[in-house]
Design a protein around this ligand. Sequence first.
Ligand code: HAM
Length: 417
Amino acid sequence: MKENFSRLRGFQDIFGEDLGYFELIEKTFRKYAKLYGFQEIKLPILERTELFVRGIGTSTDIVRKEMFTFEDRGGRSVTLRPEGTASVVRAFLENNLINLPQYSKIFYSGPMFRAERPQAGRLRQFHQLGVEWFGGDEPLIDFEVISMLNEILLELGLHDSTKIHINSVGCEICSPNYKEKLKTFFDENKEKFCDDCKDRREKNILRIFDCKNETCRVTLEKAPKTSENLCDTCKHHFDTLINLMTKSNINFEINPKLVRGLDYYTRNVFEVVFEGIGAQNAIAGGGRYNHLVEEFGGPYTPAFGFAMGVERTIIALKQKEIKLPEENSIAICTISENEIPKALEIAKITRGKGIITHILSYYGKISKQLKIADKLNVKYTIIIGEDEVKNNTVQIKNMLSGEQKSMKVEEITTLEI
Ligand code: HAM
């Protein structure tokens, strides 16, 4: 292929085994999202730029340097969505879902776009599976949503290698005091921070925790902690969640440096960290955002949600050597064209039984058909010749043992596939 047709960096084709894992993750997520009473919404991939600028925040890395933004034909600034929460809130208000109780819990899935520097586990187009719960500030909601995610991890077999990092970033009452303390700490250690952090100090000091620079990270070890600077209400909210988590079987730890890379969070935030997949080890993240609905012109509507990253979860599943459910299939080969009607008849029976069936008659000589059957990794190959048509039988070959025998057509449905 000519180079100028090649894939863009950070964009992937997903097929084969990875697609198998993709489907498994999505199926498991959907199962639990529905069991917990979430309603699905399909959202546009392209939105007005302003939605994300207002929703995610001008000081975030996402808005500052990672959005795929361009002018559409009408001269409007539009952006490929970098995340789903802002769009869900827009849809929630725009479609008056706020008046439909069944839509207080919404789930979504699909591609997101961030122009980050690509590396293992960090893509420019990646897929998220997310849920958002509107209308309650009780820590029990935070707990139920985290429990749901924990059940997904358990069913996928990732539970024992993941840890939920949890923190509280406070609210509009305690956060300003905390930010002042952090600024004082920053000013005392100014020379140890990078230029990007100096900029972050001016725009939103909390964002210094997003810095990937090693010196900044080490310096931040000694920074005042959000969880030690909460107002009584936030502290009680956080402690209640921690109590509920402690009583459950959820593997978690309090991470005082966790502030999440989006500005809309209030109170409890969390990330699911998978040990051993390198720097990009957060396979899911989320938290409470009590003022985003108001930010977009709606009434005060506290909310909580998370999104999991499909590609990073795939890496985790592969690392843990989680087996995919086997998809068994059969091939039908014919000696000559005369047996094709019989092949079609048999394929109807096997497909009717839910067996993946490849008719290989179109590939020419029987020897070639058999070679293809071998490569397709099918469990059985059915071979039909003149005699088989006459006797209403088939030759059936077990591809694993190599054993071949004659079988009545009616008996095909009794095969263990
Ligand atoms: P986020 O932490 O930015 O949160 O993204 C959620 C997950 O998406 C991450 O944990 C990660 O698995 C995956 N992800 C993010 N960026 C990339 C990337 N460049 N390449 C591959 N995977 C990536 C949010 O997006 C929030 N909207 C989550 C939320 C929902 N908060 C409340 N409700």
